[in-house]
Design a protein around this ligand. Sequence first.
Ligand code: FES
Length: 369
Amino acid sequence: MFYYNDIVTQLIMTDFYPMQVSDIKKETKDCTSITFDIPNELWDRFQYKQGQHLTIKALINGEDVRRSYSLCSSPIENKWQVAVKRINGGLFSNFANNDLKVGDQLEVMAPVGNFFVEVDPSKPKNYIVFAAGSGITPILSIIKTHLALEPQSTFKLFYLNRNAKSIIFKEEIEALRNKYFGRLEIFYFLTKEQRDIPLLNGRFTAEKIQELANKIIDISNVDECFVCGPEEMIFLIRDELVNAGLSKDKIHYELFFSGATEEDKKRAAEAVEHKFEGTEVTIIDGGKEFHFAMDDDYDNILDGALGAGADLPFACKGGVCSTCKCKVVEGAVEMKINYALEDDEVAKGFVLSCQAVPTTEKVVVDFDV
Ligand code: FES
């Protein structure tokens, strides 16, 4: 007979925990929010920071599907809620939007992620935040948390959507504006609906960010900036804000994976060219060692290890979610792409194992650090 604690002990090995769906809500035609019922025994393990994400695993048509979604709830709500926007042909997003029901069970990993700054109730801060579509999910968590816990902080939200109907969490955002009167300003940008103010029509462009920086944002008073959306948008906003005088270290971003660019593909191909044939790899995970030799079928450590029978955490396999993060403690690897780790983490030896091509005869990586 299994008791719950036995199950938990077993599952810690793989880091996934079975969680029941306690609520499902259609936020827009193509976006569904899912709330999980986290058992009391796991509350400590599942504590999170605003802006972090959950990795969810489901068996869909016999396929092991893993996806990461940012929490849109705030840690102060004692709630674990994500929002899943339908993607054309997306296995999990269509399953979540069409088939998932209250009471269903999914496997969920504890929250992780670096897309946050610490709350400091004693320090009033001015935040500017940019989101496109479902990029609002971590941003909403960040806004709710800082507004509630930092009584004098302010936010300016710049939020891009197709049209008014597709604005995810519009009601909740409007309610926050009313609740924290004068502390949250909202600017909706729409791509498929024309309004009277030209600045708010269409995507973010260099000219628009310059206009915002000249007329709406007091750059010298900005303490932190958060951006969540596709890569192009993130780098455009970052570069224009830096040109306008905002320090780069105040700009935090979370990427949507929207496909690798030509430059990414070139960098990835170069890393693969440097692969050492037959590297002896040691994986340290859960205090145990797992040894295998890389073969020709795989170019990265994660796939090599999974192919050799290891059980390691991963989700996107695209260098975005950081679920597969580990530290190189011996030897060297080259990452194909990295959308998830900060420069200081890379400098400390952290890598994304799904992107890590071994380039030396022996490599030891540690998943426990
Ligand atoms: S599995 Fe997502 S970054 Fe490696």
